[in-house]
Every structure is written in structure tokens, then in C-alpha cells.
Write a protein that binds this ligand. Structure first.
Ligand code: 9D3
Length: 228
């Protein structure tokens, strides 16, 4: 997969892309991630990318010119069309089915914004899908773009190492996870449930399923509505 990111802060991405699963996926050529600075497509001595809103009001608005020019440049970097995603609080909320669908694409083009918002002609004219990562206010679209990248890349064939569990147990799809324990058997008076030490794999699987259903009921009843 190829992922292009259009951003005013390409440096923000470097640490996240340089660690663990993402770093390994890049060195193994499972994903090629290219960062483009929208400011490189701004004009004038000041390379302005934002301006005051027509009609007045607080905050600045991201100008359409640099974003359109940057996208046109980026499109030419690879023959694949790519699914264009605009990160915005007004977008459809990202969830695992959307992540799965994005992971099936050959190319993604992510646009991260700053300021109070995009000039409406960016939304109208770019033919982009608008995506949000949830109902809370962040300072820009960069962290959301990194969330999309991380969630998508870990689903790509070969991205997870042996130590990362590649697939969930089938029953746990759509449920919260069952409780996990490792050594020691007793820690500060808290014991590992005896069943996990029993060696009875049938009973262990049954206990885990019950635990997963029970904690989903208690903490996330909304998920249970949709699970099998
Ligand atoms: C008062 C209006 N604000 C909208 C809630 C303006 C505004 C605040 C922060 C507009 C953009 C932003 C920056 N956020 C994003 O670009 C963003 C975002 C987010 O803040 N939360 C969840 N998902 C996303 S995707 C992009």
C-alpha cells in the first residue's frame, strides 16, 4: 500500500512512523508512506496557508489554493488513483469496519488540516471522504491521520510479527477482551484465576468467552447489540 499525507507539520509524523509495527512495515516495504508539506504549495514571501473568514468571526480558515495544488502534485507521484480522506471533526466516525475497508485499498491520500477549519471549497471540490476519529476536539488533523495509518497498516499482510497476535479468537469479534494474566501467579495478594492454571483448554476457552461477554455487557452494552 502507498499512503500519502498532506500536512502543515510533516515532522509530527516522524516519531510515530519510526517505531514498532509501523517502522517494520515500512522497512519490509509493506507500506510506503510519503509526507508532503502543504506550505510548499503556498505563494508569496510569507507562504500563507490560512486567512480570515469571509463574513467575519473568530479564527482562521485554511485556504483552498495550497491544498488543491499539493493534492495535484501528490496525485502525480504514483499512477494509482487513491482514496482521498479529509480528516475533519465533521466527518464520519472511524470504526474497525471502515479501517478494514481502507486496508483493502492500494493507495490512501490523507489530508490533515489546522486552524478552525477548511474553506468549504476544499470539502466540495476535492471529492474527498470526510473522516473523524471521535467526538472530542483536537488541535489539528495530524493525530487523526496517524490513528488512521496505525489502524490500517497493522491489518496489512505481514505487518504483524509473530509476537503480535495476528487474529483474535473468533468468538471475541465485536466483544471486549477477556482478562489476561502473566507471571507471577500471585502479585501483591492478587491471584491468577485457578482455571487458567488448570491445563483444561476447553474450560479455559469457555471461561474466557463468559468473561468477554460479561464485561462487554457491563462496560459496552452498545457493542453487544451488534455482536453475534
Ligand atoms: C468550534 C468548532 N471547532 C469544531 C469542533 C473547530 C475545530 C476545532 C479543532 C476545527 C478543527 C479542529 C481540529 N481537529 C481536526 O482537524 C480533526 C479532529 C478532531 O478534532 N477530533 C476528532 N477527529 C478529528 S479529524 C480532524
Amino acid at each position: 500500500m502507498r499512503i500519502d499525507v498532506l500536512t502543515l507539520f510533516p515532522e509530527m509524523f516522524e516519531s510515530v512512523l519510526g517505531y514498532s509495527i509501523l517502522s517494520r512495515a515500512r522497512t519490509r516495504n509493506i507500506v510506503d508512506i510519503a509526507l508532503s508539506n502543504i506550505r510548499d504549495f503556498a505563494e508569496g514571501d510569507y507562504r500563507k496557508v490560512d486567512d480570515k473568514p469571509y463574513g467575519g468571526g473568530a479564527g482562521m480558515v485554511m485556504m483552498p489554493g495550497p491544498v488543491f495544488d499539493c493534492l495535484e502534485h501528490v496525485r502525480g507521484l504514483s499512477p494509482d488513483e487513491g482514496r482521498v480522506i479529509l480528516l475533519t471533526p465533521q466527518g464520519r466516525r472511524l470504526d474497525q469496519p471502515m479501517v478494514r475497508s481502507l486496508s483493502a485499498e492500494k493507495r490512501l491520500i490523507l489530508i490533515a488540516g489546522r486552524y478552525e477549519g477548511f474553506d468549504e471549497r476544499i470539502r466540495d471540490g476535492l471529492g474527498a471522504e470526510q473522516v473523524s476519529i471521535g467526538d472530542y476536539v483536537l488541535s489539528g488533523g495530524e493525530l487523526p491521520a496517524m490513528v488512521v495509518i496505525d489502524s490500517v497498516v497493522r491489518l496489512l499482510e505481514g505487518a504483524l510479527g509473530d509476537e503480535d497476535s495476528a487474529k483474535d479468537d473468533s468468538f471475541s469479534e465485536g466483544l471486549l477482551e477477556y482478562p489476561h494474566y502473566t507471571r507471577p501467579e500471585e502479585f501483591r495478594g492478587m491471584k491468577v484465576p485457578g482455571i487458567l492454571l488448570s491445563g483444561n483448554h476447553g474450560k479455559i476457552a469457555q471461561w474466557r468467552r463468559e468473561q468477554a461477554v460479561e464485561r462487554t455487557k457491563r462496560r459496552r452494552p452498545d457493542l453487544l447489540e451488534e455482536a453475534d
